[in-house]
Design a protein around this ligand. Sequence first.
Ligand SMILES: NC(=O)C1=CN([C@@H]2O[C@H](COP(=O)(O)OP(=O)(O)OC[C@H]3O[C@@H](n4cnc5c(N)ncnc54)[C@H](OP(=O)(O)O)[C@@H]3O)[C@@H](O)[C@H]2O)C=CC1
Ligand SMILES: CC(=O)N[C@@H](CCC(=O)OP(=O)(O)O)C(=O)O
Length: 314
Amino acid sequence: MGEQATLFIDGEAGTTGLGIRQRLAALPVTVRSIDPVLRKDAGARYDMMCAVDLVVLCLPDAASREAAGMVEAIRAEGRAAPRLLDASTAFRVDPGWTYGFPEMDPGQAAAIAASSHVANPGCYPTGAIALLRPLVRAGIMAPDFPVTINAVSGYSGGGRAVIEAHEHDDGPAFELYGLGLAHKHLPEMTRYAGLTRTPLFVPSVGHFPQGMIVSIPLHLDMLAGRVTGEDLRAVLTDHFSGSDRIAVADAQDTLSADTLAGTDLMELRVHCNESRRQAVLTARLDNLGKGASGAAIQNIALMLGLASPAPRAA
Ligand SMILES: NC(=O)C1=CN([C@@H]2O[C@H](COP(=O)(O)OP(=O)(O)OC[C@H]3O[C@@H](n4cnc5c(N)ncnc54)[C@H](OP(=O)(O)O)[C@@H]3O)[C@@H](O)[C@H]2O)C=CC1
Ligand SMILES: CC(=O)N[C@@H](CCC(=O)OP(=O)(O)O)C(=O)O
């Protein structure tokens, strides 16, 4: 048996880093760590990056950019540079990086496996792209369709500061945010959904730790042809039929946001009233599961040529 690949998680004590760390127990890799006291020490991080095969960045955007710069410096010195998987928003629409959503297209898993720079998708975009891209690809939704995306996330989506606000100060029961209509996920949602018109995105956060629903209301007569809810469901079912993590489920009258908390799964639904010619598409996932650490584990396995571990399920 060959030597195990080595991996360093920069930001391993953070919300996403911890989730990845826990899931790594299911993969034959050696995780290298630096002394927590030195976790922000540029020299210690640089030395560690020189010594591993893969660096996973679980940092705020600015720190991710700085860390990616360290890897470029290693390469510029003519040394063997590690491959990079970044969990932040910094590189998701950067042409030099591969978008780490393996179920997005038939060739995406292979593109991730071959890439030296992979950007893990955002939690909201994971749901929105899964619902929209197959419809745009099938010609049912025009690329300039005026899409509205509503979403609610558990408070862990905001990282440590928001978690502390909710756990120590109680936090609001429910609040809309991003009302400047310029949320950081808009570029990746637009690009990878295949849209040319920026969607209207209204995120919200609730007083529960983990879970998420992304929902997209549609007037069916605005889509191409006289499509039915069943047509939309068939396109989504066909697209995700090979996935062990993404499933098209039956419509429900009510949908709670935290049902998939603790799992790496995502459920897509088409809720439809044919007589009114109206539908609401929904994606339910765990913002920390398929929305972050669960997706990162899939990408780590692909990049290291390992079998993907079974998804955490309910
Ligand atoms: N939470 C979520 O649902 C999701 C988060 N993400 C993304 O993942 C990344 C990490 O987010 P999250 O885990 O939530 O954030 P957290 O705030 O929970 O964790 C960030 C970690 O990075 C460390 N850190 C901050 N600055 C530096 C630095 N300059 N050098 C080294 N370490 C540093 C922090 O240490 P310390 O606390 O000591 O400052 C902390 O351990 C972000 O880019 C986020 O946008 C992606 C998908 C979902
Ligand atoms: C509730 C909450 O604050 N959520 C975060 C997104 C979490 C996430 O997935 O963002 P990244 O993957 O891009 O880091 C936000 O809206 O900024």
